[in-house]
Design a protein around this ligand. Structure first.
Ligand SMILES: Cc1cc2nc3c(=O)[nH]c(=O)nc-3n(C[C@H](O)[C@H](O)[C@H](O)COP(=O)(O)O)c2cc1C
Length: 192
């Protein structure tokens, strides 16, 4: 039997970003989505600000998001840089995913600096990614610059900002090795 640490390590190391093109059309039960979201709520957070705010985008709302991203792209990209393929990709990716969770942050500038809120939300999203991996659900954090313009679509307040879209779906992707350079190159030990 595996120890808890072995099980956790396996989930951490096996988690890969899985992209919508590999998603099957199988629906993720709502209770499973809630389980994934619940794991986010256990992330550490300075002064317990719990700054993560999520919008779960499913069913018909996915097409609305795809259209919105396309409209934003058309609006912000200079005409000479417009790519029809890129424009089409928004509708395609949002339809391939079963669920898209908008990752947003509510800042509390009177309590903690913004970077701590961003770090806490990074922890929360990693909890979701690991829970998704444990449930054989593919997921990835998408952060196109267009998300800066999603405030109205998501109904965000002045002190809230969108930091990405977490695409999810059951998938048929082959397992793949993580691409990482050795940890020893990134750690200094100080013993005296
Ligand atoms: C904050 C954040 C933003 C990311 N944004 C994107 C993105 O916009 N597009 C993308 O293809 N991958 C994005 N990724 C996923 C990374 O590309 C991916 O984690 C990296 O290539 C390592 O692969 P792995 O997740 O399979 O280990 C993002 C990851 C993080 C943590």
């Amino acid at each position: 039997m595996s120890t808890k640490a072995e099980t956790l390590s396996e989930i951490i190391k096996n988690r890969r970003s899985i992209f919508p093109e590999s998603y099957t059309q199988e629906e993720i039960p709502t209770t499973i989505i809630e389980e994934i979201l619940e794991s986010a709520n256990y992330a550490p957070t300075h002064k317990l600000t719990q700054p993560w705010r999520f919008t779960v985008i499913r069913k018909d709302a996915k097409a609305k998001l795809g259209a919105e991203l396309g409209n934003i792209y058309k609006r912000v990209i200079p005409a000479e840089k417009f790519l029809q393929k890129k424009y089409d990709s928004f509708a395609q990716k949002t339809s391939q995913a079963d669920v898209i969770i908008a990752i947003c942050i509510q800042f509390h500038e009177d309590k903690v600096p913004n970077w701590e809120e961003i770090a806490a939300v990074g922890c929360a999203v990693q909890n979701m990614a690991l829970t998704a991996e444990a449930l054989n659900i593919g997921a990835y954090w998408s952060s196109p610059p267009l998300i800066d313009h999603l405030g109205d679509f998501l109904g965000l307040s002045e002190n809230e900002k969108c930091y990405g879209l977490f695409y999810m779906g059951y998938h048929s992707a082959e397992p793949r090795e993580a691409k990482r350079t050795p940890m020893s190159e990134k750690v200094k030990w100080m013993n005296s």
